[in-house]
Every structure is written in structure tokens, then in C-alpha cells.
Ligand binder design. Structure first.
Ligand code: NDP
Length: 453
């Protein structure tokens, strides 16, 4: 009989926490999980899921326009109703919250609604009750972060943007990462006059430079107003309107402002001060290769440890953690270099492996293959949207180091390529693969001319 109330106490029922809790429970571990907000965490409630639903909604604008070249006519212009989208989204998220609850309870996990505080390395306090536990898993995820400036209280975070009471006719987003470009594309597609202000010369820092240039051009073609080398210095509210001053001297009048300048671990009220866990330079928790913090009974995963802040990464970490602590005791390390990712700007970006810049740094000699073309759909649609595809190859081994795309459904397409890149396949393997015709994707197996070395 264990000396503890439970074997594993998970704090945070987001993607990683829920997966770890129910997988561990499936192995006979006695698990409790605490959540003080919504089940499913950022991804389900204020992240990936609602964002993708809104992105679908925004893509219809292009689809309506494109359809006319294919013979479709509308008696009146399509009209967008924000409240219907928002409320349908809410209903879908509630459905998913319910599924998460069922997944947990059906797997035998004790779900506790409330804010958990770590009291010591084997005790958690919640709702006035002390629960003793052999291990604690911190899976609290992140929370939006914004720099200081005058009027910052008028700027919404990504937690608040989904449920706006009214659709903003004029919209500004500050930032140049995933959230900023995705929401600029979404609000632009839904019909808002859209501005994006980013502090550097070009957004999406860290992604392949050629793709960043291409996305800038495509987003501008779609009508997004890009203000580079500029940040918000001041916001003033005037009735329902916001007057914004940018650092480059420009002024804007908008109806809603989103700050998308990164996220920080959500540690407030967690009681970390009661245990001596070591931090990384950026405040995230330091862990070893078993997800153990410097206090061996306290584990951590997801956005609060180093690594990409992505749902599938947290899920994989959860599976590995459970295997390491409650399964065979060993698990292959995650190959972070071949984690594919998509940015759902319009058009979408899908990317896996090394960028051209990273490949040049790490390899003596590379070959780069690119193609930039008008997709077949746009031969009749009249749209000037283009598609970019790119392979980065190690010249010595012929291995494909990176595959990148900006274009329709790039996120869907890159998943298959991620298998090839992770399996260390060569350009010769790509060339020997017969294309699927007529698709855009077949370009990835028909790239024969080297663009540059
Ligand atoms: P990111 O870290 O991706 O981007 C933050 C942006 O804010 C960067 O452009 C950064 O500029 C800028 N910034 C940072 N500090 C300041 C400052 N003081 N003043 C002005 N600008 C600043 O964060 P996001 O908030 O966009 O997203 C958080 C994370 O969530 C992402 O990194 C990603 O891991 C995840 N996510 C994934 C999605 C997906 O998979 N499709 C979608 C949305 C989010 P600089 O580059 O110059 O530092």
C-alpha cells in the first residue's frame, strides 16, 4: 500500500497534462489532475482549434472570389456574420471540453476543478484540501505576454480575441510570430481592414528567409498592411475607437488591437517558491531526459520546458514521460529537428527540417531546389496567389535536410514530407517517387534543377 493519496498529481489539464494523466491511468497508476479554467488547455480553448475554425471561415472569402472564374454567380455579395461564427465555435469547444472530461473520467483519473498549489515535493493543496502524491507533474502551459507601453490595457491577448462581442472593422496586431501572422490573415480574410506591426525588418524570424519574403508578398497582395520596424508606443481609447501611435511615427485608428508578442510559462500561484526547482535562463523549468526537474519527484512537460511550444510536441512528451516512469523505463528521444509545423497564415506555410540558413551553417555543401508557380486552381480563378516549394539537400550525402512550402493546404501536405525528412531519405528517393497528377504536391518529387548551391 502506497504511503501517498495518489501516485501522480498532474497540474493542468491541457494537451500534455491530459495525455499524461490518462495514459498513466491506463497503466494502473492512481492519477489526479487539477484544472482551474477549461479542459483541453490553450490548444482546445484559445489556440489551435478555434484559430483553425476561424482560419477556415476566413478562407471562404478567397473561395467566393475564386469561384466566379469557374462559372459561379451570386445574386448578392456574400455577407459575413461574426456572431454566428463565434457562437458555433463556442458550441464546438464546449463539445470538446466534454470529450476531454469523459476521456479523463473514463480512464479512471480523478478530475479536480480548482487551482493547485505545490506545498512541498510530495504535497499539493487544492480547494482547501491537501493531497499527498508520489510525483507531481507540472503541465500548466503558457500565458500571453506583452511589453509595457501607454494604454496597454486596451490591447487584447489571444485569450480574449476569439469572443469579441462585435467584429472589428479595423484591426491591428502587434508581433511577428505565429499568432500575429495567423490573426492578421484571419481578420483580413473575414473582411477587416488589417494592420500588422512588427519590430524587426521581416516577420517570422527563425523560419526560412525565402519563405518569409514570399509570405510578406502574398499577405500584402491580399491586402494586409504590414508595418515593419515598428511597435506600438501608445494607445488611447476614444469612445469605441482606439488611436494608436507606432514607433515609426505612424498613427492608426482601429476598432480592436491584438498583442501577440509571445507567451510565458504560467507559474502564478503554483507554489514554485515552496520547492527548489531550477530554472532555465528564460524562466522555463530545467528538466533532465526523464522530464524530472531538479526536485526528482516533480516532473514537467509542454510549454513550460525548453523546446517548441506545440501541442503535438507536448503530447509526445507526455507519452514518453509515462513510458519512462510507468512503462518500460526507456523511450527514444524526440527528434526536434524533424518536427513539422504549419503557420496558418494565408496562404499557409508548412515546414519541416532545416532552413536553408541552418543547413548552410551546419553542412559543408548544400543544394537548394525551389519552385514558385501559379497553382492550377488559379488559372481560372483570376487570383494572383502563388505557391512556393523548396527542398534543402546535403550535397555530400544527398539527404533531404528540409522541406518547405507556402501555398494552399501546406500544413496538410507537409505532414507526409515530415516522414521522409525524419526517415533521412535522399533526394534520389524523392526523385524515384512518382508524382500524383495533377496536384501541387507533385512538384516535391519533380524538382530536378538545382536553384543554387
Ligand atoms: P512567437 O514567439 O512565435 O512570436 C512572438 C513575436 O513577438 C515575435 O515576432 C517577436 O519578435 C515579437 N516580440 C517579442 N517581444 C517583443 C517586444 N518586446 N516588442 C515587440 N515585439 C516583440 O509568439 P506567439 O505569441 O506568436 O506564439 C507563441 C507560441 O505559440 C509560438 O511560438 C508557437 O510555438 C505557438 N503557436 C503555434 C501555432 C501553430 O502551430 N500554428 C499557432 C500559434 C502559436 P522577434 O521575432 O523579433 O523576437
Amino acid at each position: 500500500m502506497s504511503q501517498y493519496d495518489v501516485d501522480l498529481f498532474v497540474i493542468g489539464a491541457g494537451s500534455g497534462g491530459v495525455r499524461a494523466a490518462r495514459t498513466a491511468a491506463g497503466k494502473g497508476v492512481r492519477v489526479a489532475i487539477a484544472e482551474d479554467r477549461y479542459l483541453g488547455g490553450t490548444c482546445v480553448n484559445v489556440g489551435c482549434v478555434p484559430k483553425k475554425l476561424y482560419s477556415y471561415a476566413a478562407h471562404f472569402q478567397d473561395a467566393f472570389e475564386d469561384s466566379q472564374g469557374f462559372g459561379w454567380h451570386f445574386d448578392s455579395a456574400p455577407r459575413f456574420e461574426w456572431s454566428r461564427l463565434r457562437d458555433n465555435k463556442k458550441a464546438e469547444i464546449s463539445r470538446l471540453n466534454g470529450i476531454y472530461e469523459k476521456l479523463l473520467t473514463n480512464s479512471g483519473v480523478e478530475l479536480i476543478q480548482g487551482r493547485a498549489e505545490i506545498v512541498d515535493e510530495h504535497t499539493v493543496a487544492i480547494n482547501g484540501r491537501h493531497v499527498s502524491t508520489e510525483k507531481i507533474l507540472i503541465a500548466t502551459g503558457g500565458t500571453p505576454w506583452m511589453p509595457e507601453f501607454e494604454g496597454r490595457e486596451h490591447v487584447l491577448s489571444s485569450d480574449q480575441i476569439f469572443d469579441l462581442p462585435a467584429f472589428p472593422r479595423r484591426f491591428l496586431v502587434m508581433g511577428g510570430g505565429y499568432i500575429a501572422v495567423e490573426f492578421a490573415s484571419i481578420f483580413n480574410g473575414l473582411g477587416a481592414q488589417t494592420h500588422l506591426a512588427y519590430r524587426g525588418p521581416l516577420f517570422l524570424r527563425g523560419f526560412d528567409n525565402e519563405l518569409r519574403d514570399f509570405i510578406r508578398d502574398e499577405m500584402m497582395k491580399k491586402g494586409v498592411n504590414l508595418h515593419f520596424e515598428s511597435t506600438i508606443t501608445r494607445v488611447e481609447k476614444r469612445d469605441e475607437v482606439y488611436d494608436v501611435e507606432l514607433s515609426n511615427g505612424e498613427t492608426l485608428e482601429v476598432d480592436a488591437i491584438l498583442g501577440a508578442t509571445g507567451r510565458r510559462p504560467r507559474f502564478e500561484g503554483l507554489g514554485l517558491e515552496n520547492v527548489d526547482v531550477e530554472r532555465e535562463f528564460d524562466g522555463k523549468l530545467k528538466i533532465d531526459d526523464r522530464y524530472q526537474t531538479s526536485v526528482s519527484s516533480i516532473l514537467a512537460l509542454g510549454d513550460i520546458i525548453e523546446g517548441p511550444e506545440l501541442t503535438p510536441v507536448a503530447l509526445e512528451e507526455a507519452m514518453r514521460l509515462v513510458e519512462l516512469h510507468y512503462g518500460s523505463g526507456s523511450a527514444d528521444p524526440i527528434d526536434y529537428d524533424s518536427v513539422a509545423t504549419a503557420v496558418f497564415c494565408h496562404p499557409n506555410m508548412g515546414t519541416v527540417g532545416l532552413t536553408e540558413e541552418q543547413a548552410r551553417e551546419r553542412h559543408d555543401s548544400i543544394r537548394v531546389y525551389t519552385t514558385n508557380f501559379k497553382p492550377m486552381r488559379h488559372t481560372l480563378s483570376g487570383s494572383d496567389e502563388r505557391c512556393l516549394m523548396k527542398l534543402v539537400v546535403d550535397d555530400n550525402t544527398d539527404r533531404v535536410l528540409g522541406a518547405h512550402m507556402v501555398g494552399e493546404e501546406a500544413g496538410e501536405l507537409i505532414q507526409g514530407l515530415a516522414i521522409a525528412v525524419r526517415a533521412r531519405l535522399t533526394k534520389r528517393d524523392f526523385d524515384a517517387t512518382i508524382g500524383v497528377h495533377p496536384t501541387s504536391a507533385e512538384e516535391f518529387v519533380t524538382l530536378r534543377s538545382v536553384t543554387r548551391t
